[in-house]
Design a protein around this ligand. Sequence first.
Ligand SMILES: Cc1cc2nc3c(=O)[nH]c(=O)nc-3n(C[C@H](O)[C@H](O)[C@H](O)COP(=O)(O)OP(=O)(O)OC[C@H]3O[C@@H](n4cnc5c(N)ncnc54)[C@H](O)[C@@H]3O)c2cc1C
Length: 286
Amino acid sequence: MLQNTKVCLYPRDPEEAVRILSEKGKQALVVAGGTTAALSKDPNVSTLVDITRIGQDRIEHKDDQWLIGCNVRIQQLAEHAGLAELYDGMLVDSAKAVGSRPIRNAVTLGGNVVQLFRWSDPPVALFAMDAEFDLIGPEGRRSLAADDFFKKHPRKVLGASEILTGVRIRKPKQPCGGAFSKYARTAFDLAVVDAAVCLGLEGKKCSNARIVVGATRNVPWRAIAAEELLNGKRLTSSVIEKAAIAARQAVKTADTVRTTREYRQQMVEVIVRRTIEQAAACAKEQ
Ligand SMILES: Cc1cc2nc3c(=O)[nH]c(=O)nc-3n(C[C@H](O)[C@H](O)[C@H](O)COP(=O)(O)OP(=O)(O)OC[C@H]3O[C@@H](n4cnc5c(N)ncnc54)[C@H](O)[C@@H]3O)c2cc1C
């Protein structure tokens, strides 16, 4: 509960939002969908800065890339016909995996990415698709590749008074397959394991594999050893099995209220194997 909040401001563009945030410093809290911001108890916050009127609420296709504004709601992603064609719909599938429909109608892509929880779904797909993240702050605009953006928690990557304005995803240049899977106890529950896989094909051999695992560490991570086992090889079931085992061996996790460490590790192997199989099938269909 934000007990000391007195004002809510509605900047009209990203520059105005940054100016207000710079002026107010720790007294200001960015609000987008509000689903997590509403739970803040920070006594320093006197000003809410609602960024949902700064624009950045469109999904656009330009040249060879998709641009998704930070204020796009997760349900918009889940229903988008164009994005359903990109990497075999893995971003759409990750959006459909977020909570229930009322939650998806409220949550924004920007809030989902910046307010990353270990079980957050769309960031796992964005990381595997090698998305780029556009930021604006007092020093101007900058873009970060997914590998840099998810090196640590996005809150630590964003500077003071900096906001995420959107995400860009390039269309793959080579035949490619993509898949996203969430494993949870029920349809609405938080993930026990998430996996997202993008596989390129050169002839009959795999190239540029990106395998990202979510829900086992504070930020999603690339299963590099597993990727190396796939690159340059034909995607046979024994190669895929070895990669899934390598992903399990890289898991560092602990017991939680949802599951034991051992069960989650085992499920990483299962979910990564199935997700690679699905991405491989999509790649071969092209
Ligand atoms: C019941 C429930 C179930 C959920 N289940 C899932 C799930 O299964 N999977 C999943 O992935 N998510 C799930 N979520 C969503 C997730 O937990 C967060 O609540 C959500 O992602 C926050 O998005 P928001 O737009 O509401 O952000 P807000 O709550 O408005 O903002 C959160 C914080 O992020 C920062 N912020 C927001 N936008 C920006 C921006 N553009 N730039 C810089 N900073 C920004 C602000 O500091 C803000 O304080 C669930 C949420 C709820 C309430």
